[in-house]
Write a new protein. Structure first.
Length: 373
């Protein structure tokens, strides 16, 4: 493997032996695992790691395209390899080391006979669409955690299910590492940053914007519903009576508004169904575009295990979407909150935010991860 010398003091290493011989310094070591083709999303992870460990700590960025997590017919062969540019970006973001091992270095005996199984969580959503994918992810993450021996590992929340299974693995198998999730980085038009975005033509990119648009539609519709519920709760008289009185006066628009407030106030919480419907409407429209968006899944799930939440659910949830535009498969997600937030009474849905697991041994699984894309 040949490459240009890394900029500044950033070290480029290709072997586990060289990484073991590298002095760790006096502070903690953080690792950011990537498959290369780095972009601003990865740079955000590196900057978060740098800020966390400080000047005395050490930030290691791994660049490794893991063959175990690609299924038959997926884009392993055409996955972009841009190591020179990756080293420059990692260095500018604050990395001390770029560890870019070969396949033979990571899997010296060929494909490993023993692998880590993702369990039930690994069979849902991405796992159902890409059988064996998360087993491959967890196997390489476990190996890289052993090879880099970090105190803290940073992953992007864009790969929400991946972050969840990595967090669960670290807790269940007692890895002495803190898992930290960093919020999704988006383009100016809302598209989540991904190494695969470069595959999109101009027309395909316009269609792909439906993924983030669907998530934002769900967030905004939920916020509107909660605002109506708040108005109903603070009304000084029955909203049903107000609606009837306005209708009798012929004030149809005001009556409809009062009726909406009444509906929001009545019955059990139905935010999940509203959020699903708002997102689905955007995706249905996108299926008629040229080129069309081909939906793989839209799911509203519990971040602890990625099972679908019921319509009466209250608490935090992840709205996740996966779709194909042309030959490119894209994923995205957003976090939403249903019902009162514990201790605050706030029912406003919140965008994706950092998820930080407590240090081992008290690490608990939390939602939104891959080796990042």
């Amino acid at each position: 493997m040949t490459t240009s010398p890394p900029p500044s003091a950033t070290r480029l290493l290709h072997t586990a032996a060289a990484l073991r011989d590298l002095p760790r310094g006096s502070g903690p070591r953080a690792v950011v695992m990537t498959m290369g083709a780095l972009h601003e999303g990865h740079a955000t992870l590196v900057r978060a790691a740098r800020a966390r460990v400080g000047a005395e700590g050490q930030v290691v960025v791994t660049v490794f395209v893991n063959p175990l997590q690609f299924g038959a017919g997926e884009d392993l062969d055409r996955y972009p390899r841009t190591l020179d540019a990756d080293v420059v970006l990692a260095a500018e973001a604050g990395a001390d080391v770029v560890f870019a091992p070969s396949v033979d270095e990571v899997y010296p005996g060929g494909e490993p006979q023993i692998r880590i199984a993702a369990g039930p969580m690994g069979t849902l959503l991405e796992g159902a669409s890409r059988p064996g994918h998360f087993d491959g992810v967890l196997t390489v993450v476990a190996k890289l955690l052993h090879l880099t021996a970090p105190d803290i590992a940073f992953y992007g929340e864009k790969d929400a299910q991946q972050l969840a299974v990595i967090t669960r693995m670290a807790a269940d198998l007692n890895f002495p590492v803190e898992i930290v999730g960093v919020p999704t980085v988006r383009e100016d038009d809302g598209l989540a940053r991904s190494s695969r975005n470069r595959y999109l033509s101009g027309r395909e990119r316009r269609t792909a914007l439906a993924l983030s648009a669907a998530l934002f539609a769900a967030r905004d519709r939920l916020a509107a519903e909660e605002a109506l519920r708040a108005r109903a709760a603070s009304a000084g008289h029955p909203v049903q009576d107000r609606a009837a009185a306005l209708a009798a006066l012929g004030e149809d628009r005001a009556a409809a508004d009062a009726h909406a407030v009444a509906c929001a106030a009545a019955g059990p919480p139905h935010g999940p169904s509203v959020a699903r419907a708002a997102a689905k409407a955007v995706l249905t429209d996108a299926a008629a575009l040229d080129p069309p968006l081909e939906l793989d899944y839209l799911a509203l799930v519990d971040p602890s295990d990625f099972t679908e939440v019921p319509d009466a659910y209250e608490g935090e949830a992840v709205l996740a979407v996966a779709a194909r535009v042309g030959t490119t498969r894209l994923i995205d997600n957003i976090r939403l909150v249903f019902g009162p937030v514990a201790g605050t009474g706030d029912t406003t849905p919140t965008p994706a935010r950092a998820t930080t697991a407590p240090p081992h041994p008290t690490t608990t699984p939390q939602g939104p991860l891959g080796a990042p894309r």
